[in-house]
Each structure stands twice: as structure tokens, then as C-alpha cells.
Design a protein around this ligand. Structure first.
Ligand SMILES: NC(=O)C1=CN([C@@H]2O[C@H](COP(=O)(O)OP(=O)(O)OC[C@H]3O[C@@H](n4cnc5c(N)ncnc54)[C@H](OP(=O)(O)O)[C@@H]3O)[C@@H](O)[C@H]2O)C=CC1
Ligand SMILES: CC(C)CCC[C@@H](C)[C@H]1CC=C2C3=C(CC[C@@]21C)[C@@]1(C)CC[C@H](O)C[C@@H]1CC3
Length: 418
């Protein structure tokens, strides 16, 4: 996500123009991907097969379905939680409380969907409704961010995010002004980051798998792999829900159009691209190759989970026996930096694991098309940018200790390469 650098009016207008262009470019890219995935040539870089008119984008049924989905996820969010976690300390020294019931929401959604399908709910029809659904999700994200922008006008200064308060309305609308917009205990950013989009992504995958079974008698091995890998990723994110409370998105970024669109539209409709591609372009995949791909995903997941768990355990309790033996660097803030274990290999081992998994999600789609590799390309760019942003924040936070860490662990994401 873009971040304002330098206060000069010329710089601001250039960045504002860039941010505004992104606001148009991202939804256009999403629509392009949805159209291309179902077209014969499936060319990522070519023109879209046709330009959809309003009749292809707008559907009251899709709107109703989408609002029902948001309502269901909001209701599940409000159910009693197994735990209530405290977030990081805020500027005014207070902390917010968050329900830890995301995994419960996933299980209950799965139960409801299973009951619905057994009762005759045609889930596979979702496969034909992706375009209008993506359109209403984008519209919702737009209206929602507008309301959030207006709500932030009434918020106290201590509730504002560091990034989205330049005074330029377009820029602030996109980055988001308020850090943790809430009504009562309902936290909009936390809700959107993990629930409707992430659970919606695996539901769309499932609908595409069922559609494939309807068209071809049974789902292909490639479709099973993509569904299985991505379900593991989403299930893991929800199981480890508390870990999200220390991410930049929650602790640093405002909740504006970029994140609302990312959470509600971009994740479910572009992260399901491999399954969309496979529905219209079946790929032969034998067990030997499938086993290699499973191994790649397992390696990626092992690194991703190992690194994230190591850091989270260490941040919660540095004397925990699982991390107590790791080498650390003290910092002036009183916090320490891990310099052995996963975090001694590269400075972002969790990104490395995530990227290896992204590769494993594309490989079942074969190598005849670039389109299913879009996620890997986009994700590499996102993580390189995110890593750069995190490094700048860590340098500011930890100063010399961070420089020492960079000297001792010179590679950022990929050992000996980057
Ligand atoms: N699928 C997707 O679209 C996306 C997935 N992700 C994934 O989400 C997860 C969270 O990512 P993200 O929030 O970006 O970043 P990280 O979980 O990597 O968190 C970065 C923070 O970790 C702490 N840290 C850094 N180095 C060390 C160290 N050596 N020892 C101890 N603490 C350290 C610092 O915070 P502090 O010191 O304050 O604790 C730093 O700001 C990742 O696994 C990522 O792959 C992220 C973005 C998008
Ligand atoms: C629309 C833009 C180009 C980019 C939007 C970015 C968002 C889609 C991502 C920003 C950080 C994210 C995280 C996750 C999903 C994607 C977004 C919302 C996870 C929830 C994915 C699962 C991981 O286990 C945790 C991630 C945290 C960050």
C-alpha cells in the first residue's frame, strides 16, 4: 500500500494521483482477471475478451447474496468467543479487545453451507455469478470507505492512523483515516481482514470445484489440490487469528478504500483465480507431479508457520522454553530482536514460506498459461513492498540495533538472492 513520503505539495499531488489511479486500476484488474480466466486464450497480458456492460455487472440477486453473506459473517462475529484478546497499546495508552472466534465462524459457515447443499442449495451457481458479485463487493467497499472517512471526521486525534491524515481527501480516503474504526465493540477492520473475504475465498473455490464436478463428472486432481492448499492457508489464518493483532494492517494502517477493497473484493475474487482458471481450462495432473507439488506446499507452510509461530511465541514471552535458547539482539526500546532460528536465516522468513506456497498453488494449473501465476507475481510485488515498508518502520523503532540485525542477517526474503 502506498505511503506518503515527504511533505512537499508537489510530492503529495504526485502520490495522490498515484493513489487515485490505483483506486481505478485495482478494480479494473480484478474484472480483467475474472473475464480472462473464463476466456479460451486466457491471456493475462492481452486485452479482455469483451468489455462488460452494466447488465453483466449489476445483478440485484448478487447484491442480495452479498449482503446476506456480510450479515451472516457479522452475526458469527458477534457470537460468544472462546477467548477475548487484547490488542497492542494505542497512542492514548489504552488497548482494544477482540473476539477470537474466526475459526469458529469458518466451521459454522461450513456446517451451514453443508446443510444448505444437502437441502438443495445450488452452490455451484456462484461460479456463474463471480462478475456481478465482485462488482457489488467493490461497490460496498467504496460506499463503506466513504462512510468510514466521514466517521473519522468525528474521531479524536488519538484514534487516527499515522498514514492517512495528510489533509488531502482523496489520499486519506484511500489510505484510511481512522486506525480502528468501531461501533461499540464491533471492529470493522479486524472483521473485514479475516472474515467475509477470506472465508468467501474458500467458499468460491468450493463452488468452482462443485461446478467442475457438474460439468465433468468429478473434480480434477488439480482442483482438489488448489482447494486443499488454500483451505489450509485460510484455516490456519483463522486458527492463528490472534496473530493478526500485531500486523501492520491492524497496528499501523488506517482503514480506507485500499484495505476495504483488498479485504472484501480483491481477496475472494482474485485469490480464487487458480480455481477459476481450472474450471475453464482443465489441466492433466498425475500423482507423481501432484506429490511434488504437495511437498512444495508443505515446505512453504512449514517455513511460514514455523517463522510466524517463533516470532509470536517470542513476542508474547521471550522466556518461553521453545524460544528461550535463541540468540537475540537487545534494543533501546527494551524489546529484543531474534537473530537465530528462522529469523536468523533471512529478515522475513515468513514471506519466503508464503511465496513458496504461492508457487505451489499455481503449479497444478500447468505451465501453458501465465494467468494462474498472477497471484505469485502480484504477491511477490506486495511482499517486497511490504518488507521495504516494515524495514523503514523497524529502523525508526530500533535504530542501531536494527542496523546490527541487518548486518548479521543480510538477506531480506530469499537467502543469498534477495
Ligand atoms: N496472503 C496475503 O495476501 C498476505 C499475507 N501476509 C502474511 O501475513 C503474515 C504477517 O505479515 P506482516 O504483518 O507483513 O509482517 P511480520 O509478521 O513479518 O511482522 C513484521 C514485524 O515483526 C517484528 N520483527 C521483525 N524482525 C524481527 C526479529 N528478528 N525478531 C523479532 N521480531 C521481529 C517487527 O515488529 P515488532 O518488533 O514490533 O514486533 C516487524 O515490524 C506473514 O506471514 C505474511 O506472509 C501478509 C500480507 C498479505
Ligand atoms: C488491493 C491491494 C493490492 C492489496 C490489498 C492487500 C490485502 C489483500 C492484504 C493486506 C494484508 C493482508 C493479510 C492477509 C490477507 C491479505 C491482506 C488483507 C492475511 C489475513 C492472509 C492470511 C495470513 O495468515 C495472515 C495475513 C495477514 C495480512
Amino acid at each position: 500500500m502506498a505511503q506518503r513520503r515527504g511533505p512537499g505539495p508537489r510530492g503529495l499531488s504526485r502520490e495522490t494521483r498515484g493513489a487515485a489511479a490505483l483506486m481505478l486500476l485495482l478494480p479494473a484488474t480484478m474484472v480483467h482477471l475474472l473475464l480472462v480466466a473464463r476466456s479460451g486464450p486466457a491471456r493475462l497480458l492481452g486485452p479482455p475478451p469483451y468489455l462488460p456492460g452494466l447488465e453483466a455487472l449489476w445483478s440485484p440477486r448478487a447484491l442480495l447474496l452479498w449482503l446476506t453473506w456480510l450479515g451472516l459473517q457479522a452475526a458469527l462475529y458477534l457470537l460468544p468467543a472462546r477467548k477475548v484478546a487484547e490488542g497492542q497499546e494505542l497512542k492514548d495508552k489504552s488497548t482494544l479487545r477482540y473476539p477470537i472466534n474466526g475459526f469458529q465462524a469458518l466451521v459454522l459457515t461450513a456446517l451451514l453451507v453443508t446443510l444448505g447443499v444437502l437441502a438443495g442449495l445450488p452452490l455451484e451457481e456462484l461460479a456463474e455469478m463471480l462478475l456481478p458479485l465482485a462488482f457489488v463487493a467493490t461497490l460496498t467497499a467504496f460506499i463503506f470507505s466513504l462512510l468510514l472517512y466521514l466517521k473519522a471526521l468525528l474521531a479524536p486525534t488519538s484514534a487516527l492512523a499515522p498514514g492517512g491524515n495528510s489533509g488531502n481527501p482523496i489520499y486519506d480516503f484511500i489510505l484510511g483515516r481512522e486506525l480502528n474504526p468501531r461501533i461499540g465493540s464491533f471492529d470493522f477492520k479486524y472483521f473485514c481482514e479475516l472474515r467475509p473475504g477470506l472465508i468467501g475465498w474458500v467458499l468460491i473455490n468450493l463452488a468452482l470445484l462443485m461446478k467442475e464436478a457438474e460439468l465433468r463428472g468429478s473434480p480434477s486432481l488439480a482442483m482438489w489440490l488448489v482447494n486443499g492448499f488454500q483451505l489450509l492457508y485460510v484455516g490456519d489464518a483463522l486458527w492463528q487469528e490472534e496473530a493478526i493483532l500485531t500486523t501492520m494492517d491492524i497496528t499501523h494502517d488506517g482503514f480506507g478504500f485500499m484495505l476495504a477493497f483488498g479485504d472484501l473484493a480483491w481477496v475472494p475474487f482474485t485469490y480464487s483465480l487458480q480455481a477459476q482458471f481450472l474450471l475453464y481450462h482443465p489441466q492433466p495432473l498425475g500423482w507423481p507431479m501432484a506429490s511434488v507439488i504437495c511437498l512444495i506446499n508443505a515446505v512453504g507452510f512449514y517455513i511460514f508457520r514455523g517463522a510466524n509461530t517463533q516470532k509470536n511465541t517470542f513476542r508474547k514471552n521471550p522466556s518461553d522454553p521453545r524460544v528461550a535458547d535463541l540468540e537475540t539482539i537487545p534494543t533501546a526500546t527494551g524489546r529484543q530482536l531474534l537473530v537465530s532460528g528462522w529469523w536468523g536465516m533471512v529478515r522475513h522468513p515468513n514471506y519466503l514460506g508464503d511465496l513458496i506456497m504461492a508457487l505451489a498453488w499455481s503449479l497444478p494449473c500447468g505451465t501453458s498459461h501465465l494467468l494462474p501465476y498472477f497471484y505469485l507475481l502480484y504477491f511477490t510485488a506486495l511482499l517486497v513492498h511490504r518488507e521495504d515498508r516494515d524495514e523503514r518502520q523497524c529502523l525508526q523503532k530500533y535504530g542501531l540495533a536494527w542496523r546490527d540485525y541487518c548486518r548479521r542477517v543480510p538477506y531480506r526474503i530469499v537467502p543469498y538472492i534477495y
